[in-house]
Write a new protein. Structure first.
Lengths: 645, 502
């Protein structure tokens, strides 16, 4: 093992050891120690991740002009049969190394931030243990070299998310949200599992890279058997990939499986920043990216479906985000919309030089989004910490009392709105450019969505920091909050400057470096859309006025629908409560109690009735017995006589 | 002295010594030490077995002996173990130790209680080491009668009804089994030239299809009753809910596995032709049990009923794996037996601890248990997460192995059954999270619960032992796979040779 392999292994081991230590010793150590241990571990892991990234991209990753995958570790963990086995492995390739950096850096920031934010919490050590468990699971997910390994860590991130959403487990809304998140994603994971079974059975392997090779070579027998059968116009391979994508859509909150993410905001805000903004929710995008060659070469129809679902979700969530009043929910819908950007960027991409842009753009946006969205959440957390409310109406004019939060939040808003020179501008341009060349229809919807993005982000910004005078006086809310301010500043630097990384040099679908095309003239339309969005937000929300009400009234019923999230939740409730519980569960329980068990009890009562009926014969009275005896003799005699005559 | 006979001797001596002492504490200690000695011995035996295997012993079973028991009917006390029986023995030893630990506070008739528990375990050990069908049946019966008493005397609720129901249904199951094995015995004389009850001799005989089919259906169905196979599962919910905690643990943890083991080792292994032609019946029943059991679980309010119905659903995986007839599925079925055995024991232990304190098992009357009793609450959550198949715990690896194995059977019928089985993981998540949400999370609703104390030393020890088992299998599944895979392949190879012969 080289130094880099050991570093990669340590990145995974450190968080899980931190989890084990904090959960077993959590009660014996002070919260302060727990926090310091947890945070230090993550900072070390982040350092190692940067070290590994340096090693991969500049030392050993490039083989013959292309970044190849490198296996740091492989353990045969569970052998199903000759072909299929779960090998736990650590794979380093451009996207996994990028994810290692994103996860550890954001997680370290969140650990540090939580030190202050969660101060005084009774289960402080448990909180840090859960955070470490999540970080471990997420890291394990991205370094998977095996479909089933990814599923394993996929489930583990699911459960750590469940535990963290339900961290305030005495709150009914938190319990409901945790359950909802887990069950909705579990439902999606069923698709993932069936997809794995289908793909692995057909390709006779669970290894990602072997699988990709077997399903992309034109003369492959595996591919031939997959494309031979089709159902409803899609080949068996496309169905398998779409099933896998269902799992990704669940984790990445794509329509119609997005309903859990807004509710997941019940968890502590730093958790939302880490899990429900920067890392776990992009797992679906990562999954599609992992299998991208198969999608692009052998099942472009499935990839197109991914694109359409993505762009619809982007618009859909952006519309809802414009109407919400809980600031965390606005950010949640914004997250859904931004992830959808990454998703349709993959959807419009293809294999080969001229179509490769979408893949890189998607990963680029994933990278930059992690910084500015985590920053937005942490900023929102600081605001909530200061005003003790999630609702916009309780905020306003906070720019004076929270200068650091204000400036960093503004940077993040500018970045997400795609204002030139900030990180979001570069990655979003790349996505829109890819869409323009891949599928113009998707491009126009995406352009509209960019405008909406700018609008709802600045609605949020103005509403929090301007709008009206600060009701909370002018004392500084940020004093003595270095643990919360430092992560904001670091992330703001990331949000401002990560766009200058020449991403195409490092991350591409086939590993070969290429230049992300950049056209100044093309940028005019998206930037204009962003500026219009910001301008409208400024007119409506920079000062207290009645414009917002008028505007929402003019949209009438449509506004109402959007405000109620298009009633998707209600539809789900109807299906689960009314259909599954009342029409399936209850009858099943009734059937079991009355029919199945009734049959068993029926046998018992038949038996006892019969014995009740015939017990009279065993009376012990000699006369009766004699009577039976004589009767018997008579019957036998008659039979004999009849027979012999 | 054969190494396997000691497995029967330890519980036997424990039971006898138990009868001789007077003090309650001594009885408890004897039962505990006896069971711990058994656990230690099982671990040693497993290691001993692995060393033999490593040394290159490829016999189908090791440590074989045969003593004449009733020679006129060719009944021999013949023993032998392979990896599958050893995992079952380890499971039994673990659950018995945990069961004795959680029964520490039993109030009346202490001697009889522990005597019966030890006797039950004796039956289970004997069953798993027997290679003579008659002895197997003997031990199977030995593991039924004490349950009637355990539920009838120390139970709660409508215990007389439940005890009677359980005993009668299991008796009916064993009656079917007996019919089957007796028919097999007589058939062996006709088609093999030599009357025998011995598994190894029976497997050499080629029975004609017309003989195999009725025997297969009888034996499989009979063992199916033990595994709570739909529609013969209704003893389980009533039986479990009335049984004292240790008996519930034993019932679901071990007793249901007797059925699975028998269905695999006797019905499927000895009658491969019939299995190939007729296992579809049991695939249907298993699929129904899995999905319908899960939906029925969703509607239960009583935690014990919930776990009992969920056991019906989970043991459906065992039947499904056995009936799918692929080697991966066989392996999955065995793993699922072990996994479910430990998990359900932990579940019943945690439910029992809650019930002892709060005096209710209704999920909606509880709440806030995690805040009040962090240890018990955590144990409950871990059992729940194992049940819903969280990676890192044993449920995941065993369920996934069943799924992968089932998917190996091609054809639309098998695919639909597998998809239904997979779909149950969603329903499982629903009922587990509902029960956690109602009973364990939330705030304390009842003032009386505010004085409840967390687990005592014995309860903690029991839970830790079971959790260790769950995590061990979940994190190091290759250990179990190495132990059993050769034996499941042996069973599977029967099917290949049969297919070749045909």
């Amino acid at each position: 093992m080289s130094t880099y392999d050991i570093a990669a292994l340590l990145i995974l081991l450190l968080p899980i050891l931190s989890f084990a230590g904090l959960s077993f010793l959590g009660k014996r150590i002070t919260p302060c120690t727990a926090g310091i241990v947890g945070t230090t571990v993550l900072f070390v892991a982040a350092g190692l991740a940067l070290f590994t990234a340096y090693g991969y991209f500049f030392q050993f990753g490039e083989v013959a002009g292309a970044y190849a995958h490198h296996t740091s570790l492989e353990i045969n963990w569970l052998q199903f049969n000759e072909n299929l086995s779960i090998n736990l492995s650590i794979i380093l390739d451009p996207i996994s190394v990028m994810m290692l950096v994103v996860i550890t850096v954001i997680s370290a920031m969140v650990h540090l931030y939580s030190f202050k934010y969660m101060h005084g919490e009774e289960r402080f050590a448990t909180y840090y243990a859960y955070l470490a468990l999540f970080t471990f699971s997420m890291l394990g997910l991205v370094v998977s070299g095996n479909l089933f390994q990814m599923y394993i860590f996929w489930e583990l991130v699911g459960v750590s998310s469940f535990l963290l959403i339900g961290f305030y487990f005495t709150k009914p809304s938190a319990i409901a949200a945790a359950k909802k998140a887990f069950i909705v994603t579990r439902f999606a994971d069923l698709g993932f599992l069936l997809g794995i079974l289908m793909l692995s059975y057909g390709a006779e392997t669970l290894d990602f890279f072997v699988l990709i090779e077997r399903l992309t070579q034109p003369d492959s027998v595996y591919l031939a058997s997959f494309t031979a059968t089709s159902f409803m116009g899609l080949s068996a391979l496309s169905w398998g990939l779409l099933l896998v994508f269902t799992g990704g859509a669940g984790k990445s909150a794509m329509f119609p499986l997005h309903i859990w993410l807004p509710d997941a905001m019940e968890g502590p805000t730093p958790v939302s920043a880490l899990i429900h903004a920067a890392t776990m929710v992009v797992a679906g995008v990562y999954l599609v990216a992992r299998l991208f060659p198969v999608f692009a070469i052998s099942a472009p129809d499935a990839l197109a479906i991914v694109g359409y679902i993505g762009v619809f979700t982007a618009l859909f969530a952006a519309v809802i985000a414009c109407t919400q009043t809980d600031i965390k929910r606005v950010l949640a819908y914004s997250t859904i919309s931004q992830i959808a950007f990454m998703m349709f960027a993959l959807g419009v991409a293809g294999w080969g030089e001229e179509k490769a842009e979408g893949f890189t753009a998607s990963m680029f946006h994933l990278f930059t989004h992690a910084f500015f969205k985590a920053l937005l959440f942490l900023g929102a957390g600081a605001v909530i910490h200061a005003v003790h409310s999630n609702e916009m109406k309780d905020m306003g004019g906070l720019r004076k009392s929270m200068p650091i939060t204000h400036i960093t939040f503004l940077i993040a808003c500018l970045a997400i709105a795609g204002v030139p020179l900030l990180s979001g501008f570069f990655s979003k341009e790349a996505i829109l450019n890819a869409a323009y060349h891949g599928n113009p229809m998707i491009f126009y919807v995406a352009l509209l969505t960019s405008g909406l993005t700018a609008f709802y982000m600045f609605r949020l910004y103005f509403r929090i920091f301007w709008y009206k005078a600060d009701e909370h006086g002018h004392h500084n809310h940020e004093k003595g909050m270095w643990a919360m301010n430092l992560p904001l500043i670091i992330l703001a630097i990331g949000a401002a400057f990560t766009g200058y990384i020449p991403f195409g040099d490092f991350v591409s679908a086939d590993g070969k470096p290429f230049e992300l095309p950049f056209h100044l003239t093309f940028s005019i339309a998206p930037v204009l859309a962003g500026v219009i969005g910001i301008g409208i937000a400024w007119m409506m929300y920079s000062k207290q006025n009645s414009n917002p009400d008028k505007v929402s009234a003019s949209f009438g019923r449509f506004y109402n629908w959007a405000y109620h999230k298009f009633y998707i939740d209600e539809i789900y409730l109807f299906v689960t409560k009314k259909v599954l519980f009342n029409l399936v569960g209850r009858p099943a329980a009734w059937f079991d109690k009355n029919v199945v068990d009734g049959m068993i009890n029926g046998y018992a009562s038949i038996t006892s009735t019969t014995s009740e009926a015939i017990k009279g014969m065993q009376s012990g009275r000699l006369q009766t017995y004699t009577l039976f005896f004589l009767g018997g003799v008579l019957v036998v005699a008659i039979l004999l006589i009849v027979n012999f005559i | 002295m054969n190494v396997l006979s000691i497995l029967i001797l330890i519980p036997l001596i424990t039971a006898l010594v138990l009868l001789m002492v007077r003090k309650e504490l001594h009885m408890k200690l004897i039962a505990l030490f006896g069971s711990i000695a058994q656990l230690g011995y099982s671990v040693w035996l497993t290691n001993y077995y692995i060393n033999f295997r490593k040394a290159g012993d490829t016999a189908e079973m090791l440590f074989q002996t045969s003593l004449g028991w009733f020679k006129p009917l060719n009944i021999y006390f013949s023993t032998g173990v392979d990896g599958i029986s050893l995992t079952m023995i380890l499971l039994t030893a673990m659950v018995v130790v945990a069961g004795i630990l959680v029964s520490w506070k039993i109030q009346h008739q202490v001697k009889e209680f522990f005597f019966l528990i030890v006797l039950l375990s004796l039956g289970a050990y004997g069953f798993f080491i027997s290679t003579d069908l008659f002895m197997m049946f003997f031990f199977l019966e030995l593991a039924v009668i004490p349950k009637y008493l355990l539920i009838g005397i120390w139970g709660s609720g409508k215990k007389e009804y439940s005890a009677m129901k359980l005993a009668l249904m299991l008796m009916a199951g064993s009656a079917l089994v007996f019919l089957g094995i007796a028919a097999l015995y007589f058939a062996s004389g006709i088609y093999g030239g030599q009357y025998t009850w011995n598994i190894h001799e029976l497997t050499q005989i080629n029975f004609p299809m017309s003989v195999q089919v009725p025997i297969y259906l009888l034996i499989f169905t009979g063992f199916g009753v033990f595994t709570a196979m739909f529609p013969f599962h209704t003893w389980a919910p009533d039986g479990h809910s009335s049984a004292p905690t240790a008996a519930s643990m034993f019932l679901a943890g071990i007793s249901m596995k007797l059925g699975g083991y028998g269905a695999l080792r006797v019905a499927t292994y000895l009658l491969p032709n019939a299995a190939q032609e007729w296992s579809w019946i049991f695939i249907i029943l298993a699929s129904i049990a899995i999905i319908y059991g899960a939906f029925a679980t969703m509607m239960q309010k009583d935690l014990k009923y919930m776990n009992a119905y969920s056991s019906v659903s989970h043991c459906g995986f065992v039947i499904l794996g056995i009936a799918m007839l692929t080697k991966t599925a066989f392996m999955g079925a065995v793993m699922q037996m072990v996994s479910h055995g430990i998990m359900t024991a932990l579940f019943f232990a945690a439910i029992g601890m809650i019930y002892d304190r709060a005096h209710t098992r209704q999920a909606n009357e509880l709440g806030g248990m995690l805040k009040q009793m962090p240890f018990i609450g955590t144990a409950f959550i871990i059992a729940g997460l194992t049940s819903l198949g969280l990676p890192g715990f044993s449920g995941f690896v065993s369920e996934m192995t069943v799924f992968v194995g089932s998917w190996e059977r091609t054809g639309i019928f098998y695919r639909v059954a597998t998809i239904l089985a997979c779909a149950s993981i969603v329903v499982t998540a629903v009922y587990i999270l509902r029960s956690v949400g109602f009973a364990i999370w939330g705030t304390i609703t009842n003032k009386e619960y505010e004085t409840l104390k967390d687990a005592t030393w014995n309860e903690k020890a029991a839970a830790v032992l079971l959790i260790a088992g769950i995590v061990f299998i979940g994190v190091l599944p290759f250990w179990v796979v190495n132990l059993i895979s050769n034996d499941t392949i042996t069973i599977f190879n029967k099917f290949i040779s049969v297919a070749v012969a045909n």
